[in-house]
Design a protein around this ligand. Sequence first.
Ligand code: ARG
Length: 506
Amino acid sequence: GGLVWRGCSAGFDTEDGTAGPLAEGNANPGDKLEGSDAAPDDPVHLKRRVGLFSGVALIVGTMIGSGIFVSPSGLLERTGSVGISFIIWMACGLLSLLGALAYAELGTMNTSSGAEYAYFMDAFGGPPAFLFSWVSTLVLKPSQMAIICLSFAKYAVEPFVSECEPPDSLVKLVAVISIVMILAVNCYSVNLATNVQNIFTAAKLVAIAIIVCGGAYKLILGNTRHLQEPNFASSTATLGNIATAFYTGLWAYDGWNNLNYVTEEIKNPSKNLPLSIIIGIPLVTLCYALVNVSYLAVMSVSEMADSEAVAVTFGNRLLGPLAWLMPLAVTISTFGSANGTLFVAGRLCFAASREGHLLDILSYVHVRRFTPAPGLIFHSLIAVAMVLYGTIDSLIDFFSFTAWIFYGGAMLALIVMRYTKPHAPRPYKVPIVIPYVVLLVSAYLVVAPIVDKPQWEYLYAAAFILAGLVVYVPFVKWGYSLPFMDKITVFLQMVLEVVPTSTTFE
Ligand code: ARG
């Protein structure tokens, strides 16, 4: 196949007119979409089901995940001051909002699903779009998965080691187990995966509500001294440190562009896409501000910076006999996020490989379950490797560095298209300074940490992106395939019981 894929919803209207494997449960993380129940050989057209409410729910549900339960300590540690870290929390919210507003223009102008992929295709053509799908399959999605599962593991083991540092190997082991469990859920059935998603989204909102109410209670009792605590003796805020502090904060906000992956499913997108963004992102920003204040209502700055799992420390201080609620809610929340992330990753991988962007085998689905098992297994394997060799902080740096190259790229795409397609209809037009500002900030975010403190992770990430070009030319552009690939494909097909999606089922 050539470069005809127009989005990660390709599962719905496949080239031969049959429904793709993912058509039976098309929910995305955090939303309440009901899948289409069409039989696998009915032609299925995307239905516009996402209204304003589910649009906001999708944004809020994907953004709130592990970050607010792990990042506050890291951010304090990196900036060394309450004031600066609070400013960074708010700035991250603002940056996400500005980025998302630019995406609102892109998404209402090009209404096909798939976000960056679709916009790069429009503005720059095939190779950059290929690079995006390559990097998201090999790096972005697996690293999201690894970070969320490591956070899950931290909270899952914390109650058993009581406020001292849990052994690293135990955390990694639990993280790997959680990846395997999520993989099993997603391979078992699409509907199970979407149900897990919806139920677990509620849990994270409960966790946030408990923290905010608890904090408010403490503040009403007059417990405001930690909020007024002077800064650490040595503020560690160098330019590079601030950039990596932003990485930590921005991780908690990642997912602000998720509605753009499903534009084709939004009702009246030119109105509801911008509106969901304008409501959803400030809502998350507000939650995060309140949670940060609540943490400091209960613990001191240094306790917070040292805490391995702030929400557990919070629960232990405040909830007494109900302290176990906190780690439970956070593990459920993170499990749900990881589940949603793998769900989307499976779709992305499926769609990219269908169009000849990745190995064929990755686009095959299980004969009876219609789940894209090979793609899911592939992602999980990479995620396991990342869990074993990385730490939450190094993976967040690695992820954010790579992600912001592409977010910046999308800003560039917007600016370029203002010149190359001046007359294209733009139902929502963002003030042009916004993409310029976000582009500048993303350039800073990508360059500053390298200049300040070069790390291998950045080199790996850059190498991955470039390796994509080396793969693109022979295997996509010229259409070569390796001679032994057929044998491997057939072998894997038999072991995994998977078939290409064009096969008609009974
Ligand atoms: N912001 C989320 C968190 O704090 C991570 C979201 C991962 N990104 C995504 N597109 N699923 O855990």
